[in-house]
Design a protein around this ligand. Structure first.
Ligand SMILES: Nc1ncnc2c1ncn2[C@@H]1O[C@H](COP(=O)(O)OP(=O)(O)OP(=O)(O)O)[C@@H](O)[C@H]1O
Ligand SMILES: [Mg+2]
Length: 482
C-alpha cells in the first residue's frame, strides 16, 4: 500500500529536518518544498493527505490561499511558533484546517494526523474552529430561554432577506455565534462568511483590509490585494466590534452600505458588491453617538434589524444546555470530558458570569483538565462559587421548563453523586501519554496555587504540601518563572 503523502512548504531548515524524521517514523511520505518552488507541486496536490505550511515564509497569506485553492478539500495546516497565535490573521486561522504550534510533541502530531479526513470519509475534527466550521449547517445557537428562543425566531425571519443586522450584547454573550447562525440560515450559506474585527486592526490599515489595495498604493503595498468586501462577494461580511471603528472609516462604510460599491485603496475603478452586512458591538452605540465617537447616520443604516443578546446571568436556564454543548464539543475533539453533579450545577446557575458564555466555556475546559472524565461536585468548583447555597429548586425549575424538548437532554451531563467507586479519570479509548497528561495536571495546579497566593512561592508551596525548593525546581522545569 502506498504511504500517505504530506507536502511541507517551509523555509525553516531545522523544523523541516525534525518533521522529516517524525513523518518518516510514523510512515508518512513527506515532500518538502521551499516557499519559492512550491508552485511546481500543484499538479499532485489532490492526492495529498495534508499540506503543512510553515510560518515566517515570504507571502504566507498568498501561499496559504493558493494551496487552499488548489487542494480544495486537502487539509492545510499552518505551523506557527509557540505563543504567536495572536499575530496570525483571524482570516487565515479560519481558512486553514488547523493551526499547529511549533515545537510540538509527537503525540499531538500523531493525534492530528489521525483526525485528517481520509477521502470523503468522516470529517477530521480537531480544533474548536474546525468543529465550528464543519457544524455550520447544524443548529449551533444553544439555549431554551425566552431570549434565545426569540433570537432564533428573529434569525429565521430575517435570514432570507438581505437586511443589515446589528447584533448587540456584552462580551462573550455569543454575538459571533448569532452572526454565523444567521449566515447559515440565509440563502448565502454556500458563499463565504467573512469576519473582520474592526477593533483589532489599526485605523490606517482598516481601509485596505476592508476594500483592498492596488500595488504601490502605499509603502508596503507590494502587490494588489483583495479586501474583505471582495472576499465576501455573494456571502456575508461580519463587521465585529463596529463600535470601535474610527470615524473616518465610518464615513467610507456608510457609502458602501448606501451605494453597494467601493474602490480599492489607490484605485479609482469602482467595484460593485453583493454582500450582506452583519455588524456587532458590545458598546452602547447611542452613548457613542452622544460622545461623537459614532456617526448617527451610520447607526440608522446598521440598526435596520437589531438583535440583542442578554447577558448570561439573565438567562441562567440556558446554562445546562450550554454546558452540555461545550462538553460535547470537547469530547468530539478529544479535549477531554467531565460530568457535573446537580449540586455543582445549581451553584453555577447562581453566578453572575461577567464574562458570559466565554467565561463558562473556560471554566468547563478547566474542570475537564482537572477532573478528566470524572465527576465534579460543588466542593470541586473554584472558591468563588462556594458562597452560593446548593439548591435543588433551581435544577427542578429547569427540568420542568425543558420537559417539552425531546431532542435535547440538557441534564445528560449532570450525574447524581453517589460516592460510588467511580474512577478519578477514565482512560480514553486511544490511550494517553500519561507523562504529558500528569505534567499538564501538575502545571495547572501549580498555577492555581500561585494565583491564589499572589505569586508568593513559599505560600503556594504550602498549599501544595511541598517544600519551597521543590516548587522552585518545578517552576524551572516547566519554565514558569516570572
Ligand atoms: N448560544 C450559544 N450556543 C453555543 N455556544 C455559545 C453560545 N453563546 C456563546 N457560545 C460560545 O461562547 C463563546 C463566546 O461566543 P462569541 O465569540 O460568539 O461571543 P461574542 O459575543 O462574540 O464575544 P466577544 O465580545 O468576546 O467577541 C464561543 O466559544 C461560543 O461558541
Ligand atoms: Mg466576538
Amino acid at each position: 500500500m502506498a504511504l500517505p503523502r504530506i507536502l511541507l512548504i517551509d523555509d525553516n531548515k531545522s523544523r523541516v529536518l525534525e518533521l522529516e524524521t517524525i513523518f518518516q517514523f510514523i510512515d508518512y511520505r513527506i515532500e518538502i518544498s521551499g516557499s519559492e518552488e512550491y508552485q511546481s507541486s500543484d499538479s499532485k496536490i489532490g492526492q495529498l493527505a495534508a499540506i503543512f505550511v510553515g510560518d515566517g515564509i515570504d507571502k504566507q497569506a498568498t501561499v496559504i490561499n493558493q494551496v487552499i485553492d488548489w487542494g480544495k478539500d486537502t487539509p492545510v495546516i499552518l505551523l506557527i511558533n509557540k505563543g504567536t497565535l495572536s499575530q496570525v490573521s483571524s482570516l487565515i486561522v479560519q481558512s486553514v484546517f488547523y493551526v499547529l504550534e511549533w515545537p510540538t510533541s509527537y503525540t499531538v502530531l500523531k493525534a492530528l494526523l489521525h483526525r485528517l479526513p481520509i477521502g470523503d470519509a468522516q470529517a477530521g475534527i480537531y480544533s474548536p474552529e474546525v468543529i465550528d466550521r464543519r457544524k455550520s449547517h447544524i443548529q449551533r445557537l444553544k439555549g431554551k430561554s425566552h431570549a434565545i428562543v426569540g433570537i432564533r425566531k428573529l434569525i429565521d425571519r430575517v435570514a432570507s432577506s438581505d437586511a443589515t443586522v446589528l447584533i448587540l450584547g456584552e462580551s462573550g454573550t455569543g454575538k459571533e455565534v448569532v452572526a454565523r447562525s444567521l449566515h447559515d440560515a440565509s440563502l448565502r450559506s454556500d458563499k463565504p462568511f467573512v469576519p473582520i474585527n474592526c477593533g483589532a486592526i489599526p485605523g490606517e490599515l482598516l481601509e485596505s483590509e476592508l476594500f483592498g489595495h492596488e500595488k504601490g498604493a502605499f509603502t508596503g503595498a507590494l502587490t494588489t490585494r483583495q479586501g474583505r468586501f471582495e472576499m465576501a462577494e455573494g456571502g456575508t461580511l461580519f463587521l465585529d466590534e463596529i463600535g470601535d471603528m474610527p470615524l473616518a472609516m465610518q464615513v467610507k462604510l456608510l457609502r458602501v452600505l448606501q451605494e453597494r460599491s467601493f474602490e480599492r485603496v489607490g484605485s479609482n475603478k469602482t467595484i460593485n458588491c453583493d454582500v450582506r452586512v452583519i455588524a456587532a458591538t458590545h458598546r452602547c452605540l447611542e452613548d457613542e453617538i452622544k460622545e461623537n465617537r459614532f456617526r448617527e447616520d451610520l447607526f440608522y443604516r446598521l440598526n435596520v434589524f437589531p438583535i440583542e443578546i442578554p447577558p448570561l446571568k439573565d438567562r441562567a436556564e440556558d446554562i445546562p444546555l450550554l454546558i452540555n454543548d461545550l462538553i460535547n464539543r470537547m469530547e468530539a475533539s478529544n479535549r477531554g470530558s467531565v460530568r457535573l453533579t446537580h449540586a455543582a450545577l445549581s451553584l453555577l446557575m447562581q453566578h453572575d458570569w461577567p464574562g458570559n458564555v466565554r467565561e463558562l466555556a473556560n471554566l468547563i475546559e478547566r474542570l475537564a483538565i482537572m477532573n478528566p472524565k470524572g465527576l465534579v461536585d460543588a466542593v470541586d468548583l473554584p472558591e468563588k462559587f462556594h458562597k452560593f447555597q446548593v439548591s435543588d429548586q433551581i435544577i427542578n425549575d429547569v427540568e420542568v421548563n425543558l420537559e417539552d424538548d425531546e431532542n435535547l437532554d440538557p441534564l445528560e451531563v449532570i450525574a447524581s453523586f453517589d460516592g460510588s467507586s467511580k474512577s478519578l479519570a477514565q482512560l480514553p479509548e486511544q490511550g494517553i501519554d500519561l507523562k504529558e497528561y500528569l505534567n499538564v495536571l501538575e502545571i495547572d495546579l501549580i498555577r492555581q496555587a500561585l494565583n491564589e497566593c499572589s505569586g508568593v512561592v513559599a505560600h503556594a508551596a504550602k498549599r501544595l504540601n511541598m517544600r519551597r525548593t521543590t516548587l522552585v525546581e518545578k517552576l524551572r522545569k516547566y519554565d514558569m518563572q516570572r
